[in-house]
Design a protein around this ligand. Structure first.
Ligand code: NIG
Ligand code: FE
Length: 387
């Protein structure tokens, strides 16, 4: 097993509390990668010998971003819908049906190529772990193929047959829930790790969400929820009740919702690129942090409510618009994302963690928010491999 010494690191964010500060940041650092994992971390003067080495030229190195929420399996786009929004139309989940029609009509190869393009786009921006949902198929066959395609790119696949009621079931939502908890779940479960429901007026209510999440759990999937995006509602409470890993969006929360997230230990996934693209108020990150809730920042990349694949953009928004400190935002985009996926092997650069890292063309992680829109990711490594 050959080892690689990564040296010349001006600033290394480890997310290891043992190194102090909010991010366990080390200066003039080095790390050693062996077998795809971090084998050693410390001062560059104390670095051990390795089979080969690479120099970062005093740049900053951070853990690769963990994007815990995306919808990449789709065809087409909805740029016109975005333009209409910017002229004053409100966002409505009804647009999902446009993408469902395009996705159903697309060949497997076309969907696979689109996911590959977006995953590559994410990688260039420092993302090394991504969760990918289905939810634009809404038939047994189209949900199963969406997840089969997603699983070619990530282990973090999520069954979202309960995105909206399929158009064929517009007059029979109960029948659609039976499909989602029955044959569609059976076909989807072999390609999925997670089950998700869009809990919102116009999508699924609390009873339907409970039934779908419980059925998914009985089939071996773990739960995560789209909660409280467009208004107050039962999403967060249902997520806490079923022991979901994360309640995502959390744009409209009551005090009881904040308390429930804190006491249940459910991660709040905040998706500020969606508020940017829908002109909605941003979620109140400070209120969640004050209550001790763990925050994950994610892109929610999708063709409707927000089509950004960029974690640096989310960090910039979280700092500028949600009043997170740059350190809180970076932690939430790395270790927070890992917590939302119940992963301990990513989102940190500690001995034994997967060697997933981004080298920034900047002396400090602060530049991620300080220089928004600038492509600062210089190199990425996933499992120790550059690419
Ligand atoms: O997370 N909220 C539901 N689903 C997506 C939007 C999907 C779409 O508009 O196509 C979201 O924002
Ligand atoms: Fe989403």
């Amino acid at each position: 097993m050959s080892s690689l010494l990564v040296t010349g690191i001006g600033s290394l964010v480890t997310n290891d509390p043992a190194h102090g500060g909010p991010l366990g940041e080390l200066h003039d650092a080095a790390l050693v990668i062996e077998g795809g994992k971090v084998a050693w971390v410390g001062s560059r003067r104390a670095a051990p010998a390795a089979d080969s080495s690479t120099d970062c030229g005093d740049r900053a190195v951070i853990p690769g971003f963990v994007d815990s929420h995306s919808h990449l399996v789709f065809a087409g786009d909805r740029a016109e819908e975005f333009a209409a929004r910017m002229s004053g139309q409100p966002y409505s989940a009804g647009g999902i049906r446009t993408t469902v029609a395009a996705t159903r009509a697309a060949a497997d190869e076309q969907l696979t190529a689109n996911v590959g393009r977006l995953v590559a786009e994410m990688r260039r921006q420092g993302t090394t772990t991504v969760e990918i949902k289905s939810g634009y198929g809404l038939t047994v066959g189209d949900e199963a193929r969406s997840l089969a395609i997603a699983s070619g790119f990530t282990d973090e696949t999520t069954y979202l047959g309960a995105h909206v009621v399929a158009p064929e079931f517009a007059d029979d939502p109960a029948g659609y829930v039976d499909l989602v908890t029955g044959p569609m779940l059976t076909a989807a479960a072999k390609h999925a790790k997670w089950v998700d429901v869009f809990v919102e007026r116009g999508a699924f209510d609390a009873d339907q969400a409970r039934a779908i999440l419980r059925a998914g759990q009985a089939a071996g999937l773990s739960a995560r929820v789209h909660a409280n995006q467009l208004g107050e509602g039962p999403g967060v409470q249902v997520a806490c009740e079923v022991g979901a890993a994360a309640a995502d969006h959390c744009t409209y929360l009551t005090d009881a919702d904040v308390d429930a997230l804190a006491s249940a230990g459910v991660v709040a996934g905040l998706l500020p690129a969606i508020e940017f693209s829908t002109r909605s108020p941003y979620p109140d990150a400070r209120r969640l942090l004050a209550a001790g809730v763990t925050i994950a920042l994610a892109t929610d990349c999708n063709p409707g409510s927000g089509y950004s694949s960029s974690m640096p953009f989310c960090i910039a928004l979280a700092v500028r618009e949600m009043h997170m400190t740059p350190a809180e935002a970076l932690w939430s985009a790395t270790a927070g994302g890992a917590a939302a996926l119940r992963r301990t092997d990513v989102g940190r650069l500690t001995v034994g963690a997967r060697a997933d890292l981004a080298v920034l063309d900047a002396p400090s992680y602060l530049h991620l928010a300080y220089r928004p829109g600038v492509p600062l990711v210089h190199r990425t490594f996933v499992g120790g491999r550059e690419g």
